[in-house]
Write a protein that binds this ligand. Structure first.
Ligand code: ZN
Ligand code: ZN
Length: 426
């Protein structure tokens, strides 16, 4: 008996032809967050060709394609479209040489260093395949092509831009990311899978003066240094052992000259957590330490603490993940694996949250499996396998695109397939 997914994936040979061409084109023409105009246009064209209702300009450059096929559940599938200010060093024939003006006005190189070109290509392929086999499934597919994942506000921007007006309800939301795992594999995980992330700017105020007369000043450099050291105790001394969290001071700036004690110092922090409780605990510990150190030094003014670039926790629904994992095991066999928690962060979950829908987020491999196995055998995975955001990140074209396309189809059909729907009747 041919499974529903085997029927839908029957046209993969045909779809693969335009997918590979589109992927090389997208890879050679990356666009920064909120500047995804060319990509959005290519997406809209493909969606229209597949017979979707197309909504462009949702929350800026966002595009939504809706494929309606009678009664049945509504499944939201999401791909992000933006690239990064990285100078590509992959040496690929379709490598990017693009530059663009960043939000701060500087001219920067641009590269698809996070594989969002893979996500776009796979989702467009999955829609084409589903559109070509409407007799074996029923329901609605909502394909969301999201801008600005890398700056954490693309998903919320689409929600504010009217995404929830386009569809009444979403029963489940599904998303995938290409990762430095062997190409051909898919990896799922229940519960927290990506950390939440927060950045914070802390400004401490002192009293400036001459470097030779410290007694007449309150030195903000010393205050900032004490804060940085003391912050190292938050994760090590205040969290239960085994509770994963990261608190990094990524920037500390003060002063202009060796013999001037400055007026203030600024510290930039990054925080990663896997539970809201831990996040709240860390944020309040930071505030307590910063205020106490300022008081201890006799700072003349209260410090300022400002949160920015918040990424929500990505916490996969248990039932949804179990259903996708079972479908993957059926289709991919041993190539369906368990995903280890990833310390990276994502804003995808802002989409299902807006619909109050459960979701799951899985990984697909993009590393040549021989390269991966050799590095693993030598204990050199961290050194020899380029990770997302690196200038050498280059997912192998195949089987990465086939796998990502099949994964979306197989996962969506776990809700939309007619046989799957019958199989769930009591
Ligand atoms: Zn990224
Ligand atoms: Zn990414």
């Amino acid at each position: 008996m041919a499974t529903t997914s085997a029927v839908v994936l029957g046209r993969l040979d045909e779809v693969r032809v335009w997918q590979e061409e589109l992927y090389r084109d997208l890879h050679a023409h990356p666009e920064l967050s909120h500047q995804e105009h060319r990509t959005a246009q290519a997406v809209a064209g493909r969606l229209a060709a597949a017979g979707c209702d197309v909504h462009s300009g949702v929350g800026g450059t966002g595009v939504v394609g809706i494929l309606r096929n009678g009664a049945g559940p509504t499944v939201l599938l999401r791909a992000d479209m933006d690239a990064l200010p990285v100078r590509e060093a992959t040496g690929l024939p379709y490598a990017s040489t693009a530059t663009a003006t960043a939000a701060d006005g500087t001219q920067v190189p641009v590269m698809h260093a996070c594989g969002h070109d893979v996500h776009v290509t796979c989702l467009l392929g999955a829609l084409d395949l589903l559109a070509g086999a409407t007799d074996v499934w029923g329901g609605t597919v909502v394909a969301v092509f999201q801008p600005a994942e890398e700056v954490a506000d693309g998903a919320s921007g689409m929600v504010e831009g009217g995404l929830t007006d386009l569809v009444d309800t979403v029963d489940v939301a599904l998303c995938q990311h290409v990762l430095p795992l062997p190409a051909g594999c898919v990896a799922t995980r229940s519960g927290p899978v990506l950390s939440s992330a927060d950045s914070m700017r802390v400004t401490v105020h002192g009293r400036g003066g001459h470097g030779s007369m410290p007694h007449a000043t309150v030195d903000p450099v010393v205050v900032a240094a004490m804060i940085v050291v003391r912050l190292q105790t938050v994760v090590s001394r205040e969290l239960p052992p085994g509770e994963p969290a990261v608190l990094t001071v990524g920037s500390i700036q003060a002063g202009t000259k060796s013999n001037i004690i400055p007026e203030s110092a600024t510290i930039l922090l990054n925080i990663r957590t896997y539970s809201d409780e831990t996040r709240t605990g860390i944020l309040s510990a930071i505030e307590r330490i910063v205020r106490a150190e300022c008081a201890a030094s006799g700072a003349p003014e209260e410090p300022e603490l400002e949160l920015f670039d918040h990424f929500p926790l990505t916490e996969n629904d248990l039932e949804v993940t179990a259903r996708v994992a079972a479908a993957f095991a059926g289709h991919f066999g041993d190539a369906a694996q368990e995903l280890a928690p990833v310390t990276a962060s994502e804003d995808f979950s802002d989409l299902p949250r807006a619909f109050d829908a459960p979701y799951t987020y899985w990984g697909i491999g993009g590393t040549d499996s021989e390269v991966f196995d050799r590095a693993a055998a030598a204990g050199r995975l961290a050194q020899d396998v380029p990770v997302n955001h690196s200038a050498a990140f280059a997912p192998v074209l195949q089987p990465t695109l086939d796998t990502g396309t099949a994964a979306l189809v197989v996962a969506a059909l776990a809700w939309l397939g007619r046989e799957e729907q019958l199989g769930r009747e009591p």
